[in-house]
Design a protein around this ligand. Structure first.
Ligand code: NDP
Length: 291
């Protein structure tokens, strides 16, 4: 069994991005610029935005934050998006979700110019992904493909079972793994909360990708010997042994499942670190596309 080291791979990719940014800067080209819009003060969102800003700094990408109180109106937020769409210095931007209930996430995400949509959530970019056209791929699924590629995991003709069908993870993951492309070409089955006989299906998986948001849900009797298991879930749970009093676990019961796997991602240190790296890659791409 080999543990897929997302921390190591993300450090490698970050170095490659940093080298590319340095090369562009040395040639007198524009420094890529990522902007992040944060509404309200949800602690998890604060942490995500802070880590995105830190990651930008580490690779030489310029970042800026636009913070608003949770009382900002939908109209005002849409004006902010319009300004960022028109700002020639900003190559790409993200609006950190979730948004307050009085603001339509759909309206906001649809207002972002597809050319600056580095999260890859705009319907145009989702459509381009489905058609296999060049686009900004959503960060978490793209990070998982990168892990599979860098570990040289064989995907062609394999049965990939994706558990979870969210717009940001499960659905794009299933699309990417089924593409007629390198590091894809899988036969894909997508499962969700209405799937009957889930265990029968997960047991058929050569590659099992789990993004359901239920701690330790996938047990050893649901995984076949030699499977590749990718765990997207992140949960903070109380821990008597950790100094902090809590630890992170995934959707997969790692301790019992890992011995059966050929490859497995740990939590933390598996998929998580790759998500930010994909965002940096998209920002670099956005800058290069704008020339
Ligand atoms: P969502 O809650 O949006 O989607 C969960 C999906 O899992 C839904 O499609 C749901 O089915 C399905 N599901 C829920 N329970 C079951 C069940 N018992 N059996 C089968 N399917 C089930 O979650 P996300 O995709 O946003 O996130 C999933 C997990 O990944 C979370 O723990 C999240 O924190 C984590 N995450 C981690 C990231 C990272 O960077 N590592 C990035 C994004 C998410 P249905 O559609 O029928 O409701």
């Amino acid at each position: 069994m080999e543990i897929i080291d997302g921390k190591k791979i993300s450090a490698q990719v970050k170095q490659e991005i940093a080298d590319e940014v340095a090369r562009m800067t040395a040639e007198g080209k524009k420094v890529p610029h990522l902007a992040a819009v944060l509404v309200g003060n949800d602690p998890a969102s604060e942490t995500y935005v802070a880590s995105k800003v830190k990651a930008c700094q580490a690779v030489g990408i310029k970042s800026s934050e636009f913070r608003y109180g949770s009382d900002i109106s939908e109209e005002q937020l849409l004006e902010v998006i319009d300004r960022l769409n028109d700002d020639a210095d900003v190559d790409g931007f993200i609006v950190q979700l979730p948004l307050p209930k009085h603001i339509s996430e759909e309206k906001v995400l649809n207002r972002i110019s597809p050319d600056k949509d580095v999260d890859g959530f705009h319907p145009c970019n989702v459509g381009r992904m489905v058609l296999g056209l060049p686009t900004f791929l959503p960060a978490t699924p793209a990070g998982i493909v990168e892990l599979i590629a860098r570990y040289g995991i064989e995907t062609e003709g394999k049965h990939c079972v994706v558990v979870g069908r969210s717009n940001i993870v499960g659905t794009p993951m299933a699309v990417l793994m089924s593409r007629k492309a390198k590091h894809a070409n899988c036969t894909v089955t997508m499962c969700h909360s209405r799937t009957k006989n889930l265990k029968e299906i997960t047991l058929q998986a050569d590659i099992l990708i789990v993004a359901i948001g239920v701690p330790n849900f996938i047990k050893e009797d649901m995984v076949r010997e030699g499977a590749v298991v990718i765990d997207v879930g992140i949960h903070r749970v109380p821990s008597e042994t950790a100094k902090s009093g809590w630890k992170l676990i995934g959707d997969v019961d790692y301790d019992h499942v890992a011995p059966k796997c050929s490859y497995i991602t740990p939590v933390p240190g598996g998929v998580g670190p790759m998500t930010i790296v994909s965002l940096l890659k998209n920002t670099l791409l956005a800058c290069q596309k704008r020339g």
